[in-house]
Design a protein around this ligand. Sequence first.
Ligand code: 8Y7
Length: 350
Amino acid sequence: MKTYLRPLGLAHGPDAAKLVNSGGAFPLAGRADIAFTQAELITRHADGKIERRITNDTSEIRNHPSFTAITSPRPNFGALELNRVHVMGIVNVTPDSFSDGGVHFEAATAIAEARKMAEDGAAILDVGGESTRPGSDTVSVEQERARIMPVIEALAKDHFVSVDTRKAPLMQEALSKGAAIINDVAALQFDPDAPSVVAKAGAPVILMHAQGEPRTMQLAPKYDDVALDVYDQLAALIAKAEAAGIARSHIMVDPGIGFGKTFKQNLELLQQLTLLHGLGVGLLVGLSRKGMIGALTGEKTAGKRLAGSLGGALHAALLGAQVLRVHDVKETLSALAVFTAALDPDSADI
Ligand code: 8Y7
């Protein structure tokens, strides 16, 4: 038997602080701007049966084994303070089918786009050269290296850069060129050398949940209960990373929207997102322009999914995600500015 606590009854801004002060609410992930007043107690029995019950009994909530992990402030993740939401800008260095300008042209374009994202307020620039979209094939280490290293080298001088790769030699090289964070969609499970590279470098790492390999992961995603399964698997991935010598303060988790999940399973994960705060680490959500947004909005062209993506971004922010991985940095920060100001007028610079 295993029990989980999913924070519910969220309050934001000054209301969160008032409720916490009155003893009727608890800070979510140590945040001053988000609190929860209730919770769902979830029990998974040995026979697979799952029971869910809502409680507003503060002592029952306080006594749950996950309470400390849920409520404790997150340490800084590299240079990032996790007491609020940040935006990570997606810097893809992959050849597009319309231009065939070669590696130098691709790098120059990516650097220019990334600098604009930083100017627009991206806290992290996520540089990747391997398409891990559903159905995509792998690229060679050499190909991936040629794409990303010039971009990382150019950006890392002035910006906080993460490298999106599953390959240990590229993690190592990217870190030596100034990248500060590893973003691994395989959560350090693709390359057996990855955990030790990250541990030795003392680098912060994003462990993303995925089921299966990118090429085949959307064929038949299977879960007993998607939210609980993702929670358990992320907990196991954190434990593995810690066993390899990676400090817990250097770990952030990500439910991996679209990575071996049906659209419905993605939505269930988003609905139950606060559960993941029980892992006791920072939370990143990436849903920008993904297939699920297309399915919900009827927009078949990924590049036209901005409005739907913003809806998803605000949902994740409302439920306490500290980092949002997005293509449209300026637009996401504009949406967050209005959202945050409406939740807390005193926070607005107006
Ligand atoms: C994610 C990601 C992608 C995500 C993290 C896409 C590299 C697919 N998605 N990394 N990468 N989280 N951490 O549509 O959701 O951007 S690639």
